[in-house]
Design a protein around this ligand. Sequence first.
Ligand code: FAD
Length: 451
Amino acid sequence: MQPERIQSLNKKELSDNPYVIYWMQSSQRVDCNHALQYAVEKANDLDKPLLVYFGVTDNFPEANWRHYRFMLEGLREVKMELEKRKVKMIIRKISPERGAEELSAYAALIVVDRGYLRIERQWRDYLSTHAECPVVQVETNVIVPVETVSDKGEYSAATLRRKLNKLLDRFAAPLEEEEVKISSLNLDVGFDELDVEDLDTAFEKLNLDRTVKPVDRFIGGTNQAKVFLEDFIENKLSKYSQLKNDPSLDYSSNLSPYLHFGQISPLYIYNRFLEIEDDNKADFLEELVVRRELSMNFVYYNGGYDTIHSLHEWARNTLEDHKGDAREYIYSLEDLEGAHTHDPYWNAAQMEMVLTGKMHGYMRMYWGKKILEWSKTPEEAYNAAIYLNNKYSLDGRDPNGFAGVAWCFGKHDRGWKERNIFGKIRYMNDKGLERKFDMESYLEKVQRLSL
Ligand code: FAD
């Protein structure tokens, strides 16, 4: 494993406690998980059993029933897979960092995967200060570790691409996996566990926002992620470059919810593509590696990644210059959320997200641009886009979501011809959609969802 993936988060001495613990948080999978693998190796070196812990908080900002069902479906599978590998998994209903702190009383060492969002970083900081044992973070949700590829927020995909390309071969080495020597299956640690065997019973114990219902289109878990991946390779990849932007069709991989919850590893996907000969694969890998890792770079180096202040100076200035421009339409958050605008394409995109948990990638750009055009101020627009995307998208609350919204407001882009409201921010309109795609067919597709 590349040493750059591994970071000690505190300076505590290894203790004699009985277990090595892997606190699983952002990498909810068994396959191709460097943090799990590191914990297995440490447990074997120390002749101790390995426990895997996951803390379910019902308080994750903007998460609701839809997200929790997807996540718990995935965790149920993880628990079963770990059992096959003689590793016990404890899932508790508790704030994740507090649960990890309680377990640290039994841990010789705690290993944790890496998350880039503010709350995920705060949780790790809390544990590294409060645990009485070493806490080691292992980065496994990216191909190249964020600080290795760059020590600053990158200006654009082009600047990151150059740096990533030099490192890809070394970091794309497949992960060698080892089994535990000592089973932990019969250990009783005496904590109340959240039983995820029966999800309805588990949900009764969680105080969730139930206004956003689960969706049938996406079932959580690594197995289902691999089904989507193989279906993509077999049936869509050869037309990906040509058709991925067409919202009336479905030519992208739909892997983003699985990547968001760490249910599939980007390295696993990358290595699967190395086995394939197809001219379209470069376009797909550009999205999976360059665009996705640019988002990690963005949130990691931008404390205010969820606010308009994260934009480049030129973008903030041009929006400020045009703040007072007359707006033909102004919609409130309620109008937007209810898909009550004058624009059938925008309404359809919003409904697609509400009903299926995922909006077509091309419509996401149009959707974000129009919120800017139709809100009282750019700040109000920014906040509305983040709120709606996080609430309804299964892949929301992700670095990609924050970077995607920022892109609609000029981030990682260049200036364009100056115009009303947008200033120099790139503009999109409905005529462009109609010129490129069969938009009637997109409207019908979404209409069928609501029947
Ligand atoms: P594919 O085309 O199959 O791509 C494969 C993977 O590459 C994706 O799963 C994703 O991880 C990555 N990827 C693709 N496009 C992008 C991109 N533009 N930027 C970064 N990574 C990309 N993506 C999210 O994962 N979560 C979000 O909440 C999210 N919100 C967005 C909001 C707006 C306003 C915009 C403009 C974009 C947003 N994106 C978001 C980025 C992109 O639209 C989605 O990643 C993509 O549509 C996911 O579908 P897919 O998995 O079928 O993509």
